[in-house]
Design a protein around this ligand. Structure first.
Ligand code: KG4
Ligand code: ZN
Length: 387
């Protein structure tokens, strides 16, 4: 199939962002529109699935129109419609999928289903292409780290198609979930990542020594029995973040910090749009030290596992994406370690690290070239896996 002008409309509605974007040839975002429901869910301290679906229904038509208008293209100009198939909230995913299907079949254009996690990886590659950089060499080690995921993938290309091998994941909480839960138990806002990120630099990260639950690299016994398994084969680099969350809770209780947490929670709730400086003014030194120590431990763990996996699998570079990739300490330490080891490390811009549809349209491009299209039977796959 000819690739025309290579225009793909991407649609994303897997969680609490309704998003649409038009991307040319997987490398140039002509528009990227996101309607966030963050403020709505913040009142509940987490994403409420029913509310999310209702908001997606309300937003999807105007958001797609806006993305088309900003790109300055018409529906007839599109080569394909791409949509997030999973993972995510079933009802939320269905809003995007139903709309994308109706649009694609109405226009007589191909429909492409994209894995949300693949989208996060391609967000980074798309931006590198937009900056005109030479493509990173394969295989790549991709760390997808968000509120729902902490996954390590080895990404390779087979012809036009990309192939992913999962080489590590969290056995309990996702890293972003740990940020959110710890922020909540310290009386900070939702989502917690940006609050902890902003406050951590004011504290001493060495103050509270968190003994991190180290999940040792596991070897698949089937591989051990073979004489000479290929590099890294069968090794896994998993994560665990529920232990550190419990450790923070225990620290708060044993140090008699509960009352201070309540005061802070109430004071922040009474403010219209509290900023980091407001929260900082409500934190004593011990709280700031705790926050810095927590973040330092989580980032250190992500760093160790990612670089160990990259080495074990002979990766030529590391790509970090997902909401937690916005974290400043994480960026600095990953870039520093990459420089030290001579291993390129790439991040999405802060805007592209959270959920958006440009990353969905970008990930759809190789599928378009490979002719991997979805049919009318495509449904939401809430537990969809990658690799
Ligand atoms: O990818 P994302 O927007 O949504 C999904 O979970 O799929 O990620 C949201 C997560 C939340 O847990 C949020 O607290 C975390 O990313 N996050 C951060 C930062 N900004 C967002 N975590 C640490 N530091 C940040 N600066
Ligand atoms: Zn995401």
């Amino acid at each position: 199939m000819g690739s025309g002008s290579g225009l793909i409309l991407g649609i994303e509605s897997s969680c609490d962002e309704t998003a649409a974007a038009v991307v040319r040839r997987g490398g140039e975002a002509l528009s990227n529109v996101v309607a966030s429901q963050m403020a709505l869910h913040a009142n509940y301290g987490g994403v409420v699935p029913e509310l999310a679906s209702r908001e997606h229904l309300r937003n999807i038509v105007p958001i797609v129109r806006e993305a088309m208008a900003r790109a300055g293209v018409s529906f007839a100009d599109l080569d394909a419609v791409a949509v997030t198939e999973g993972p995510g909230l079933a009802g939320a995913l269905l809003v995007g999928i139903t709309y994308a299907k109706a649009l694609a079949f109405g226009l007589g254009k191909p429909l492409i289903g994209v894995n949300h996690l693949e989208g996060h990886i391609h967000a980074v590659l798309m931006e590198a292409r937009q900056r005109g950089e030479v493509a990173m060499e394969l295989p790549l080690l991709a760390l997808v780290v968000s509120g729902g995921h902490t996954h390590l993938y080895l990404a390779k290309q087979a012809g036009e198609s990309w192939r992913y091998q999962n080489v590590g994941k969290t056995v309990d909480d996702a890293a972003g979930e740990a940020f959110d839960k710890v922020a909540k138990l310290l009386g900070l806002g939702y989502p917690g990542g940006p609050w902890i990120d902003g406050l951590a630099k004011l504290g001493n990260a060495k103050a509270v020594p968190f003994t991190f639950a180290q999940i040792k690299p596991r070897v698949n016994p089937a591989v051990v029995n073979r004489k000479a398994p290929p590099v890294g084969e069968g090794l896994r680099f998993d994560f665990s973040f529920s232990g550190i969350k419990t450790a923070v809770l225990r620290y708060v209780e044993s140090q008699g910090m509960r009352e201070g947490v309540e005061v802070r929670r109430r004071a922040l709730a009474a403010m219209v749009a509290p900023a980091i400086a407001d929260a900082a003014g409500l934190c004593d030194e011990q709280t700031l030290d705790l926050i810095a120590s927590f973040q330092g431990a989580v980032v250190g763990n992500l760093l160790r596992q990612a670089f160990a996996a990259a080495e074990a699998f002979g990766a030529r570079g590391i790509v970090v994406s997902g909401g937690v990739a916005a974290n400043r300490e994480l960026r600095e330490r990953f870039l520093g370690e990459g420089l030290k080891r001579g291993l390129p490390v790439a991040f999405p811009s802060v805007g592209m690290s959270t959920d958006n549809a440009a990353m969905i349209a970008a990930a759809a491009w190789p599928r378009f070239l490979a002719g991997e299209f979805a049919d009318e039977a495509m449904g939401a796959v809430p537990q969809m896996r990658l690799g």
